[in-house]
Design a protein around this ligand. Structure first.
Ligand SMILES: Cc1ncc(COP(=O)(O)O)c(C=O)c1O
Length: 358
């Protein structure tokens, strides 16, 4: 079977070149006579993999030395708890912007550990726009948490919010899609399974002055200080996931880095939103200034055709276009590993579908 155009929101498409390389190296890696999965994480060969992955990430994102880069397990969801446990005490307050399903989850988890205060609640508008800055209220808590790109709703902040407390960002579905100014953030974290690598791994970047403040009760596995002090090897790291992630970073460098990826991603998003906006058949419900580059939800004029659309798309080799179960409709996730040709194929399919059913 040939590979499809995969628009999955996550675990998402990985670059084909990376998968081929992993396939080539699967049985015997770097003359070790074993796969990378079968070697000690303390071996020089594997420590090199980890160090190279970190340096490539630092180059790609221009991460300054004042930030620790950590490879954590438990995905992004585990960081929902790690954030308050590392940055606050139970008596503190912390501020949360709630703009979609993921920041809502982070807020709910935050409430278990800290006096979590909602800065703004986008649910009043069904998470279709970013609440106006004039309506934000802060508790001046230990940090401000937000999700720059809401994967489910396809809602994205067009600018980094200027705030007083350290800014903590769940960048799961946007990190590496374009350059960012890391120095604007206290903490950035991201689950890997979109633009980074296999599921289960989370990347965390922490400004070093924010380390060393974890509560005594913070589990060692969630403690960023412990991870930093042990080179992300307090316990056995997910070695294959780290290796594959390193290959994805190498691929991003070979593509020309994040400026180039940003240009490609901007073109992909413009092409797809253009297709939607120029039709009387497809629509995107998100306020135009807050449209996501990575996750593009859309609906059909007649929702009774959703099933037909998905079936025919699948037959045409365009897969995983079903919207999230909480939202319905369609969603095309167009992360780094989804090439422009895939977006073009989707847009052509949408044109044809509209001609036949519109
Ligand atoms: C923005 C965002 N945050 C958090 C998560 C949860 O990630 P994980 O499943 O790795 O815990 C996701 C998953 O899709 C996400 O898109």
């Amino acid at each position: 079977m040939s590979r499809v155009h995969n628009f999955c929101a996550g675990p998402a498409a990985l670059p084909e070149a990376v998968l081929k390389r992993a396939q080539e190296e699967m049985l015997e890696w770097q003359g070790q006579g074993a796969s990378v999965m079968e070697l000690s994480h303390r071996s020089k060969a594997f420590v090199d993999v980890m160090e190279q992955a970190e340096s490539r990430l630092r180059r790609l994102l221009e991460v300054p030395d004042e930030y620790a880069v950590l490879f954590q397990q438990g995905g992004a969801s585990q960081q929902f708890a790690a954030v308050p446990l590392n940055l606050s005490s139970e008596a503190d307050s912390a501020d949360y912007l709630v703009t979609g399903q993921w920041s809502k989850k982070a807020f709910a988890e935050g409430k278990r550990f800290v006096n979590a205060h909602c800065v703004a609640d986008g649910s009043v508008d069904n998470f279709m726009s970013i609440p106006s800055r004039d309506d934000w209220s802060f508790s001046e808590g230990r940090y401000v948490h937000y999700c720059p790109n809401e994967t489910i709703g396809g809602l994205e902040f067009s600018a980094i919010p200027a705030v007083e407390s350290p800014l903590v960002a769940d960048m799961s579905s946007t990190l590496l899609s374009r350059p960012i100014d890391v120095t604007q953030f206290g903490v950035i974290y991201a689950g890997a399974q979109k633009n980074i690598g296999p599921a289960g791994l989370a990347l965390v970047m922490v400004r070093k002055d924010l380390l060393g403040q974890a509560r005594p009760s913070c589990p060692a596995m969630l403690n960023w200080d412990t991870a930093a002090a042990n080179g992300s090897m307090y316990n056995t790291p997910p070695t294959f996931a780290v290796y594959l992630t390193g290959l994805v970073f190498e691929w991003l460098e070979s593509m020309g880095g994040l400026e180039v990826m940003g240009d490609i991603n901007a073109r992909k998003a413009a092409r797809l939103y253009g297709q939607i906006d120029n039709s009387g058949f497809f629509s995107n419900p998100v306020s135009e200034s807050a449209r996501s580059w990575m996750n593009v939800p859309f609906t059909l004029a007649d929702s009774a055709l959703d099933k037909v659309f998905l079936e025919e798309a699948e037959q045409a080799g365009l897969t995983n276009l079903k919207g999230h179960r909480s939202v319905g409709g369609m969603r095309a996730s167009i992360y780094n590993a989804v090439p422009e040709t895939a977006v073009e194929a989707l847009c052509n399919f949408m044109s044809e579908f509209e001609q036949r059913y519109g």
